[in-house]
Design a protein around this ligand. Structure first.
Ligand code: NAP
Length: 297
């Protein structure tokens, strides 16, 4: 089997490639935008690093030639001077779909987010919803995976939790009362591999979240406890944070914006968790927290 991965150097991509490399029968074309990123990819004979550009259709087609499945991981929450939702989340997805159509790819896997909607007032959720719509309308069978905050070694969300748990005094948005259902990145990779092995015949949207819902402030306290530390969780008023973010992101041309703050403080709620339908067993939140702590040491 041959698969192509976009954004292979992302946290999810690195974790997925690490899990895929134990199966030498699966050849993986690992698409990244910059040759410097080759160094961050797991090394194995079955993993072929390849430079791709989303405005260069031939480079995408070269990566996807003969691929049974394309896993589209490239995407952002935090905009920068060089990368915004329109380019990273929507235009990149459109380019991947066009190349996949040209190459006759039979199965696309796309990582979206819980809350994605092309009708959302929030620009991030809207961009992910628009990307989902492009995939649904592509005529290619697809697995859309809506995920919550992802936790694993090196993931931005994990670094933030461990950093705050270690700080003794953490200040979080609104006191951190919003509920999260963190998903272990290892579990996401396992789900992706199950979906590669069991391709759907049409477009299927799965909402895959972690096994436990907990307020963000409790997740920080539990992490501190597991580290043998104590932490006092205080509050940054959301309105104040948004005003600060609006000013700073305008000056810097990116970073945390009021849009990102609205994403962070939204409760992560799903109707049905897709773990059983996909056929994976989820890691407990406690075990995930232990993993990110030991990776941070
Ligand atoms: N992390 C989470 O908590 C979370 C939650 C829900 C959904 N997701 C989704 O899961 C996927 C992987 O997330 P991640 O956290 O592992 O990503 P990540 O580590 O932040 O990496 C982002 C990836 O997107 C690429 N990228 C950035 N701007 C781009 C652009 N304009 N055009 C094309 N590619 C661009 C980056 O390439 P360069 O290195 O070349 O910039 C990199 O490969 C993303 O689609 C993300 O939206 C993540």
């Amino acid at each position: 089997m041959k698969i192509a991965v976009t954004g292979a150097n992302s946290s999810v991509g690195q974790n997925l490639l690490e899990q895929l490399k134990s199966n030498p029968e699966t050849q993986v074309v690992a698409g990244v935008r910059n040759e410097k990123a080759f160094a961050s990819l797991p090394q194995a004979e079955s993993i072929i690093p390849q430079k791709i550009a989303y405005d260069d259709a031939l480079s995408l087609q070269a990566a996807m030639t003969d691929a049974d499945c394309v896993i589209h991981l490239a995407g952002i929450l935090i905009e920068t001077k060089h990368s915004n939702y329109a380019s990273a989340n929507v235009a990149a997805t459109a380019a991947v779909i066009e190349a996949a159509q040209k190459c006759g790819v039979k199965h696309l896997i796309f990582i979206s987010v819980v809350g994605a909607s092309s009708e959302s007032k929030n620009a991030y959720f809207r961009s992910k919803g628009s990307a989902e719509k492009l995939i649904s309308d592509s005529g290619i069978a697809a697995s859309i995976l809506r995920t919550p905050i992802l936790l694993g070694p090196g993931a931005a969300g994990a670094n933030a939790i461990v950093g705050m748990a270690s700080s003794g005094q953490a200040k979080v948005l609104g006191g951190g009362h919003y509920c999260m259902r963190p998903l272990d990145i290892d579990d996401l990779s396992r789900a992706i591999i199950k979906l590669i092995e069991n391709p759907p015949s049409s477009v299927v949207t799965h909402e895959l979240v972690g096994p436990e819902s907990a307020p963000y402030r409790d997740i920080i306290s539990r992490t501190a406890e597991l580290m043998g530390k104590t932490v006092e969780v205080g509050k940054v008023p959301v309105l104040l944070a948004k005003v600060g973010a609006a000013i700073t992101s305008t000056i810097k041309g990116g970073g945390i914006t009021p849009t990102v703050i609205d994403v962070i403080i939204q409760d992560e709620v799903v109707e049905t968790n897709a773990d059983a339908a996909i056929g994976i067993t989820l890691t407990s939140l406690e075990d995930t927290l232990k993993k990110i702590i030991s990776a941070g040491n």
